[in-house]
Design a binder for this molecule. Sequence first.
Ligand code: ADP
Ligand code: MG
Length: 391
Amino acid sequence: MFNKKTVLDIDLKGKKVLVRVDYNVPIKDGKVTDDTRIVASLPTLKYLLSQDCALILFSHLGRPKDGPDPKYTMKPTADRLAELLNKPVQFVDEFVGPKAEAAAEALKPGQILVLENTRFVPGETKNDLGLAKQLAGMGDVFVMDAFGSAHRAHSSTEGVAHFLPAVAGFLMEKEIKYLGAAIANPKRPFVAILGGAKISDKIGVIRNLLNIADKVLIGGGMANTFFKAEGYPIADSLVEDEALDTARELLGSGSQKLHLPVDLVIADKFEDGADKKTMPTGPVPDGWRIMDIGPETVKAYGKAVYGAGTVVWNGPMGVFEMPNFAEGTFGVAEAVANSGAVSIIGGGDSVAAINQAGLSDKITHISTGGGASLEMLEGLTLPGVAALLDK
Ligand code: ADP
Ligand code: MG
């Protein structure tokens, strides 16, 4: 199924290894506030250390606009990694250039160096091959373990793979195994749950899943656009008018697989303290807006996932950040966690919701990549994977 070489397939003994990690993590006051992605990189790093490799790590962090910006330095991630590995981790405040090269040159087996934010260099996001070549010059082998960035063809994710032997790390392999199997060979019944704010982000995913899943359950703000396309007023609910034609087309395709909420929680303001009401799906009164799916929908969706072979979930069912409108999301989370299915969750907010619900231990696979997991569910090939050596 996973047809790319991994760190286990090539001789790495004593090599200087460039590792693209995904350390795009939240930072506050110079400290990492959620180290999930750093922890997820440890199996690969520990394996490489066991092979006496010298490790040169790099990642992007945030979206720096015009070159270096101290707000987006990788330094806090190097500090957190040192704590997690309980060993020194060097940091150099340059991604490529004389300082980075000198630090890489001096690196001994068993030592670790974190380079500065890849996006401090403008060529990165343009997949500048000169930059990729310069980066490749610092090591002997390239290990791609940044699943969350693999859908972007950048110098540090794709370009560099053309200049060195390039293989996948364990995180990359694991992500693609789970998400790839769900798409290519799902245990059935295969139920997909899609929600979140916008339908336009996920149209490709809905289309692809309508082809391969047995049921597609829609919730969240995304459902509103479908309701409007069906022709009834949704008052002040979030809607994407640009996506109405697509919603009409998907509804009109006559697919029996597509399920919309049967009841809703509405509010008179977009705030946690607003007045709220539960109503069957239908015209929303003036001045009100849809905030969550209702209890009947939670029941129906719970029934659909119970006994499923595979459940893939992306996108909260409501405005779960407000406790008064979180019941739909947490109810569905509970059902997924107890479904007995192979369960896969992707998307930054969906992962936050499952963690908040305290149910992450009961989920088979929680993806570290939002956009990358969506592109996989869309059936697309990720450029950062395609560039690796074939098995
Ligand atoms: P993910 O990060 O899991 O892919 P998205 O970013 O697509 O999810 O969507 C998450 C956001 O959608 C949350 O901030 C949530 O508040 C919002 N949302 C969900 N339902 C609604 C709704 N009915 N109205 C407005 N916003 C909603
Ligand atoms: Mg999100």
